[in-house]
Design a protein around this ligand. Structure first.
Ligand code: FAD
Length: 218
């Protein structure tokens, strides 16, 4: 569809791979945590029913899975990390671990033509660093429904939908890419400077940036 609409189709590789899985694991006090290392990150969140969700990243060339054991790969990567990281990986069913090369698409200025438009990843594929890909697809759907309900002129409803959604989703694509770049820094000095800079971000500024992404109302 992107080709038919004359839009760039190629994705852009972000330079890292992500694993993720659910495990039966009691995370006790930790609601949600993401830890940045050098060229690697590990995050986890407590879910209802004694489950935990975890994800991990590592800088890597694309299509670089070589081992037959995905679990052994990720366990070796994070073997020397703090508790509960190694135990969380150990508690995971090996067959349930997903692995994806992380890609996005630089934002497009338009998404459609006539009675055709795009929604979700087809319109604004983004890296997962803000946890917003599916969330933005849902927001798209809400706005698309609203615009289609407001007029019987489908083409103008689609253009109004795009006008409402392109600026917000483009900003999130860019911000998510930037966070990924910072999170995946690997050099010792670069990481030390990054960690210092992150510590200096005032709590109020951090709250405002979270609110900008998550505080959307239709
Ligand atoms: C590692 C990782 C972590 C993520 N974490 C989060 C997160 O925490 N929060 C969040 O909100 N998002 C997250 N996402 C992003 C989220 O998964 C996507 O943004 C979301 O799935 C996009 O939904 P979609 O419906 O637009 O596209 P998709 O989920 O890709 O669905 C498109 C569907 O169309 C089907 N399809 C394709 N071509 C055809 C065809 N010709 N005919 C019929 N069917 C077709 C495909 O098979 C697919 O089922 C993450 C993604 C990754 C990779």
């Amino acid at each position: 569809m992107r080709r038919a609409l004359g839009l760039a189709g190629a994705t852009r590789y972000a330079g890292y791979v992500a694993w993720r899985a659910l495990a039966r694991f009691d995370l006790a006090g930790d609601a949600a945590v993401e830890v940045w290392g050098r060229g690697r990150r590990f995050g986890y969140a407590r879910l209802p029913g004694g489950l935990a969700y975890w994800y991990a990243t590592r800088n890597s060339p694309p299509d670089a899975e070589t081992s037959a054991s995905r679990k052994a790969d990720v366990a070796a990567e994070f073997a020397r990390w703090h508790a509960p990281v190694p135990a969380l990986i150990e508690a995971t069913d090996a067959t349930s671990i997903l692995r994806h090369d992380i890609v996005d698409r630089p934002p497009s200025k338009r998404w459609g033509r006539g009675r055709v438009t795009l929604l979700g990843d087809a319109a604004h594929a983004m890296t997962p660093n803000l946890g917003q890909g599916a969330c933005q697809a849902i927001e798209d759907a809400v706005v698309l429904a609203r615009e289609l309900a407001a007029t019987s002129d489908v083409a103008s409803a689609l253009r109004a939908y795009e006008k409402a959604r392109i600026p917000r989703t483009s900003a999130i694509v860019r911000e998510s890419w930037r966070i990924g770049r910072a999170g995946q820094l690997e050099g010792r000095v670069a990481c030390a400077l990054r960690d210092l800079a992150v510590q200096k971000i005032p709590a109020a500024a951090h709250r405002r940036s979270v609110e900008r992404v998550q505080g959307w109302t239709p």
